[in-house]
Design a protein around this ligand. Sequence first.
Ligand SMILES: NC(=O)c1ccc[n+]([C@@H]2O[C@H](COP(=O)([O-])OP(=O)(O)OC[C@H]3O[C@@H](n4cnc5c(N)ncnc54)[C@H](OP(=O)(O)O)[C@@H]3O)[C@@H](O)[C@H]2O)c1
Length: 360
Amino acid sequence: MTTHIAAPLLPLDADPRTATGRTLGWGVVSTGRIARKVTPDIASLEDSRLVAVSSRSQEKADAFARDVGAERAYGDAEGHSGLDRMLADPEVDVVYVASPHGQHRDHALAAIRAGKHVVCEKAFTVNAGEAREVFQAAREQKVFVMEAVWTRFQPGVQRLLRLIADGAIGEVEWVQTDLGFAAPEDPEHRIWRQDAGGGALLDLGAYVMLWPWGAMGFPSGADITARLRDGVDELSSITGSYRGGVAQMQMSLVSSCPSTATISGTKGSIRVGAPMHSPRSAVVSLSGDAQESGQAGSEETLEFPFTGVGYVYEMREATTRIQRGDLESPVMCWDDTLRQMELFDNLRRQIGVRYPNDAA
Ligand SMILES: NC(=O)c1ccc[n+]([C@@H]2O[C@H](COP(=O)([O-])OP(=O)(O)OC[C@H]3O[C@@H](n4cnc5c(N)ncnc54)[C@H](OP(=O)(O)O)[C@@H]3O)[C@@H](O)[C@H]2O)c1
């Protein structure tokens, strides 16, 4: 049984906002939806300083900086991109990349070459080749890089993965996960654009894989069935084969889904409440042993602590690792990102989804 995702174990009871070292200056790339949501959690760390935001538009950068309390705003100006201007700011130590998938490689590479540490939104890049390039640059520049799979750092996820690893529900043999929402119909939205790395797999794949990966390890094989719209996958179902069992993972950009997970083992099961990638509670059911010993089954609801809107845990990990001089986090290590991107490449080949970046 793997404990890979949960190891080494993060301290579950510590307040993630408590300082663990020197204060780091953060720069945020983009003024989009997730940048707006995550930034207050970054600012809530005692050892962080929200130094700057970059945008293609000075106006948008100014408004964002005003709203979230960033000290400086860099938009495109005088032939320089907002990003390049921000990367020239010596007080920016770490860059949080929150642009569309299709832009992650370029934005992360620019930051690394400027000597900045990087926390980059998922999907890390559009394909595995791009991810390798980014990690190679980080290795050369000796900077920290991490894919922002925030779910792995959640207290609920860490606690449940420990329970599973300790054998609480026996050997895990079957996992089901689903995640979906009705995305905006706007064809210009990044989620529908090939140049932005659109589609459900890159958007939701890291989340639906979380529980199968945590409970059974990395799949030895995977098959996907998908419905495409304008060249990207809008609805899909992955069946993963694992050493010990099977997983069913569903994703949708067109329908509202329960967004839950069920992990079934030989002695019981865990139902992770919605949203399963950022759980506040779960029900652990043990099947009992009525025939052998007459022992009844049991059911317990576990509640998990939650700080901010849930991003503070991954930002604590990145901050502490950078303060220690580490280049990666063992919880979301480079190898995991690479394996995941390779699997996504394989699944995209199966359904014929190709992005402009794939040609490079
Ligand atoms: N962790 C999570 O919970 C979570 C949730 C949703 C999304 N995400 C991830 O966060 C990233 C951004 O998603 P989002 O939903 O925030 O997207 P979004 O609202 O469309 O924002 C993306 C921003 O990127 C900037 N940008 C730079 N180059 C661009 C280009 N060529 N085309 C379009 N925008 C460009 C734009 O900001 P400027 O105009 O200011 O340059 C834009 O507002 C994705 O990787 C996504 O998977 C994570």
